[in-house]
Ligand binder design. Structure first.
Ligand code: FMN
Length: 209
């Protein structure tokens, strides 16, 4: 299985080669893998910022514990979740579904009411946690897509979300930074490349009932 080979190849890259850039074609493939990610009810209540601007990235590095991947990688992806679920988010989804699948939107009303009831009855904190969880599914696809393209990547939670929200003006857009990832090409000097993978054994990780 090629996926397993690719997952063994990838590692959380600590030091990128700042001179190497991802081609526009590969970038589109990575974005498409994110776009096709599964999400609960299909709502996709997040947005992914692809940050190329070096000045912004220098500021974000300060808000990311000084981690050099933020500035040295070819591209920085900020996965931003919707801070609060609105009834209009569900209406927008139902309209998209009806248009895409040639359905009568009126027939989806019961389904819409069910989703609205389930989601808008959650506390604001629970809503935020729920939308943030969806971004990690996209992050997983991002990592797998990069691995298949033999593009190096690093998923990152080592950053200050409040500072990201401020720097990127996310609050005004109803968003908040959930998780970050960088993509590009490893530096020859990255000491972590080639290190054995540290993973629990299958016996420890799985239990068949
Ligand atoms: C959600 C998440 C957040 C992470 N945050 C960071 C980070 O801020 N900086 C970093 O260098 N690595 C970060 N990592 C990388 C992990 O340390 C790494 O994936 C783990 O040790 C397994 O190693 P491997 O990915 O190289 O196989 C993060 C990984 C995940 C999944």
């Amino acid at each position: 299985m090629k996926l397993l080979e690719n997952l063994n190849w990838r590692y959380a890259t600590k030091k990128f080669d700042p001179s190497r850039k991802i081609s526009p074609g590969d970038l589109e493939k990575i974005k498409e893998a994110i776009r096709l990610s599964a999400s609960s009810y299909g709502l996709q209540l997040y947005k992914v910022l692809v940050i190329e601007d070096h000045e912004i990235r220098k500021t974000l590095k300060e808000a990311s514990w000084g981690q050099t991947q933020i500035t040295d990688a070819s591209h920085l992806f900020v996965f931003c979740n919707t801070a609060q679920v609105k009834a209009s988010d569900i209406d927008d989804y139902l309209e998209l579904k009806a248009n895409t699948q040639n359905l009568d939107v009126g027939n989806l009303k019961g389904y819409g009411d069910f989703m609205k009831d389930k989601l808008t009855s959650l506390s604001p904190e629970a809503q935020k946690n729920w939308t943030a969880r969806q971004t990690y599914i996209a992050l997983g696809n991002f990592l797998a897509a990069c691995a298949e393209l033999h593009i190096d990547s690093c998923p990152m939670e080592g950053f200050e979300p409040e500072q990201y929200d401020e720097i990127l003006g996310l609050k005004e857009k109803g968003l908040t930074a959930a998780v970050v990832a960088t993509a590009g090409y490893r530096s020859k000097e990255d000491q972590t490349q080639g290190m054995a993978k540290v993973r629990k054994s299958a016996d420890q990780l799985f239990e068949t009932i």
